[in-house]
Design a protein around this ligand. Sequence first.
Ligand code: CTP
Ligand code: MG
Length: 391
Amino acid sequence: MADTCAILLAAGKGERFGSPAGKLWTPIAGKPVLLWAIERFHSHPEVDHIVLVGQGAELPRLQDIASRFSKITAVVKGGRERWESVRLGLDAVPEGDRWVLVHDAARAAVSADLISRVLQATRQTGAAIPALRVADTLKWVDEDDMVRATLPRERRQDGQRWRTMAVQTPQGFAVDILREAYVRFDHLQNIPTDDAMLVEGFHPVTVVPGDPQNIKLTYPEDLAQMERILTGGGEVRTGFGYDVHPFAEGRRLMLGGVQVPSPRGLAGHSDADVVLHAITDALLGAAGLDDIGTLFPSTDPAYRDADSVELMCLAWERVRQQGWLVVNVDVTVLAETPRLRPYVSAMRERIADALQIQPDRVNIKATTSERMGFIGREEGIACYAVATLRR
Ligand code: CTP
Ligand code: MG
């Protein structure tokens, strides 16, 4: 019987993360953080419905995503504070649902086991949250980085030893209990920092073991860890690519997907972007696939003047379908002229965007050939690339 709804909170500003695009839209292995989170709940057999709470400006984009997931029954606009977003999400929980899981979409690595664990305790007790023991000592520190006080990690109370714990989401509740919490809640008194805070005053809240992997993407430095958790260890492989094209009059010079001002371009069947061709071969090579010339033969009129960004994307799609992620791409361009330094960062952005990775995973260097050989005689441009992949 369908009776369980997850409220996925994605209406925050991600201020501490500090990316203008927003932390939940940051791609990890080519997929936005938000999608990772949605998929975790959508694929869970005990979750029947999902309510997605987002910022007003992002609702069209979220609706678009929602249309691809049958369990998403509503996309609603969130509020200024997290608790307001929860309340607005709660209003959209389908009638008849008895259990609700409130989850930070920024905890995109939530496991199926953790969802099950919280749900089981919620069904038994009406309210359950996951929490981890705190190993560190917690202190109050002022704005001048001075210690003001130490929080006791344990305390004796009611003949027991109480301990501080760090709580996570999803937090599970009987829908009626969480609704009642919002009726009782006076937001002028205290701003709740989690959902259980609103419930624990009138209904017991059970704690189940949290999951150390269930981290919240909060600061930029959390991204690498989130990526490790989401993509796992896995096999690592490196591929190598090389390409060279002669200069030709009357053509644009395309390098790394960027048009570089130059009196001459490079001759070739496609747009002759040696940088992208070398990268494409490195990616294909790492995956053990056929090279670019075999995939896109220069005898095929379909690839005449082809945009090499598109060719690279087509090749990358084949590699990606075999489960590979880009660890990094490193490139050296050999060109006596023109000077490429001013265009390197645009190339990095363009390539990273095409491969759906962060620009810091793409490195591009340019060097002359000290006037020696065919590069030195300005007959053409060559490029070396290595790509490291993981799956
Ligand atoms: N959230 C929300 N509505 C709000 C505030 C937060 O839906 N008004 C969501 C966030 O999108 C996030 C989760 O609640 O998934 C936890 O909040 P937090 O990690 O603090 O994210 P942000 O508020 O986006 O980040 P910051 O506090 O750094 O701005
Ligand atoms: Mg916040």
